[in-house]
Design a binder for this molecule. Structure first.
Ligand code: EPU
Length: 329
C-alpha cells in the first residue's frame, strides 16, 4: 500500500522528474544527488542508497529505490518531509502490500514506516497506533484487551497507515467503521490530527488531506475475548482455504465489480492458472496473481492486461485495478 506526497499522478507514473530524469546529463545527476542528500540530512533513522525494494513487498518483485529511508519516529518523519519539500524531492511511502513496484524501481526517495510501531491504549476503548504497525499486530493487541470491532481485518497483512489510506476492508467490515481520527504529517512536515469527519470514504479509498498517515485512533468496543478470537480464527481459516496465502502475491488484483466478484468473473473467463513468465493467476483464487519465483513486474502487468481483456470480451465487465502499480515505466 502506498501514500504519495507531492505528486498528482497517483504514483502510477513513478516520480515525475521530467524527461531528463530518464537520460540525465551528468550535471542533472549531480544536482539530483545533492537534492536527495539535502532531503535526508540529519535523519536519525536508517538511510540506504540504491536499495532493492523487492524484499519489502509482499509480491517479492521490484527494482531499486534511489534512496530508501526508515524514519526513527514521527518527528523524524516530519523532518524528512519538510526537508524533501524544501529540496523539491517527491516522496513515496511504501507499505509493501497491494503494490507492484516496476522492474526499474522508483526514482528519488522512498520511505518505509516500519520503525513507527508504537501502540497506546486510551480511555473509552480507543487505541492509538502508529502508521507502521502491522494489522495482524494491531488485531492481537485488540484481542488481548478484549476489544471488539477489528475482526474484519483478520488476515489483512498490511500496515495501519496503508489500511487507512485505502479504507481496507473485507466482507465483515472496513476501516471507516472504526477510524476515529488520523495523525498526518502534512506536506510541510507538520504533524496534524484530522477527525474522520474531514475524510471522504469510498470503496477501498479514503480521501484525506494530503500527507502521510503517521498514526491513527481506532474506536473499538468492550467485547468478549473468546468470541472475538472465534470470529478471527474462523475468518483466517476461510482465507487460508480460499486464498493462496503461502505464495508471494499482492492480495486481490482487481476491485470487485458491482454485485459480483472479480475472482468469479476471471474464473468464468477461463483465466484461472494463466501464466506469463513466473507470474500466474492463482489456481486457488482467480483474483490473485502469484509470483512462482522469479516473476518480473513486466510479467505481472502483461498478465493482468490479458485477464482484463478476456473478462471484458466475454462478459462486457471492465475490471478496475485494486493493486497499485508504481515506479519508473
Ligand atoms: N470465486 C470464484 N473463483 C475464484 C475466486 C472466488 O468463483 O477463483 C467466487 C467465490 O466462490 C465467491 C465469490 O467469488 O462466491 C467471492 O469470493 P471470496 O469470498 O473469496 O471473496 P472476494 O470477494 O473474492 C473479498 C476481498 C478480499 C478479502 C476477502 C475475504 C475484494 C476485492 N476482495 O474477496 O480482499 O480477503 O473478501 O473474504 O474486496 C484484498 O483486498 O487484497 C483481498 C484479497
Amino acid at each position: 500500500m502506498i501514500v504519495e506526497v507531492g505528486m498528482r499522478d497517483g504514483g502510477r507514473q513513478g516520480l515525475s522528474l521530467g524527461p531528463r530524469a530518464i537520460a540525465p546529463t551528468p550535471d542533472r545527476k549531480g544536482s539530483q544527488a545533492r537534492d536527495l542528500h539535502a532531503a535526508v540530512a540529519g535523519l536519525r533513522g536508517e538511510v540506504r542508497c540504491n536499495a532493492s525494494l523487492r524484499d519489502l513487498t509482499s509480491f517479492r518483485i521490484g527494482g531499486p529505490a534511489d534512496v530508501l529511508c526508515f524514519p526513527a519516529d514521527v518527528e523524524d518523519l516530519g523532518r524528512l518531509v519538510g526537508q524533501a519539500k524544501a529540496a523539491k524531492v517527491p516522496i513515496f511511502v511504501l507499505g509493501g502490500t497491494n503494490l507492484l513496484v516496476r522492474d526499474r524501481g522508483i526514482r528519488g526517495l522512498v520511505v518505509s514506516l516500519t520503525k513507527l510501531t508504537a501502540i497506546r491504549d486510551e480511555p473509552d476503548s480507543v487505541i492509538y497506533a502508529e502508521g507502521g504497525v502491522g494489522m495482524p499486530t494491531l488485531m492481537k493487541h485488540a484481542i488481548t484487551r478484549s476489544l471488539t470491532g477489528l475482526e474484519w481485518a483478520a488476515g489483512i497483512p498490511g500496515t495501519l497507515g496503508g489500511s487507512v489510506v485505502m479504507n481496507a476492508g473485507t466482507r465483515l467490515g472496513e476501516m471507516r467503521q472504526v477510524l476515529k481520527a488520523v495523525r498526518l504529517v502534512d506536506l510541510k512536515g507538520k504533524v496534524r490530527d484530522v477527525p474522520t469527519s474531514a475524510i471522504r470514504f469510498s470503496y477501498r479509498r479514503a480521501k484525506l488531506p494530503r500527507g502521510i498517515v503517521a498514526g491513527a485512533w481506532l474506536q473499538l468496543r468492550p467485547g468478549n475475548r473468546e468470541q472475538i478470537e472465534t470470529v478471527v480464527k474462523d475468518y483466517l481459516h476461510h482465507r487460508r482455504d480460499t486464498q493462496p496465502l503461502a505464495q508471494p502475491s499482492a492480495g486481490c488484483v482487481f476491485k470487485n465489480p458491482p454485485n459480483d466478484a472479480a475472482g468469479r468473473v476471471i474464473e468464468a473467463a477461463g483465466m484461472k492458472g494463466a501464466r506469463v513468465g513466473d507470474a500466474q493467476v492463482s489456481e486457488k483464487h482467480a483474483n490473485f496473481v502469484v509470483n512462482l519465483g522469479q516473476a518480473k513486474a513486466a510479467d505481472v502487468i502483461t498478465l493482468i492486461k490479458q485477464v482484463g481483456r478476456a473478462v471484458h470480451e466475454q462478459t462486457g465487465i471492465t475490471l478496475e485495478l485494486e493493486l497499485k502499480i508504481v515506479g519508473q515505466p
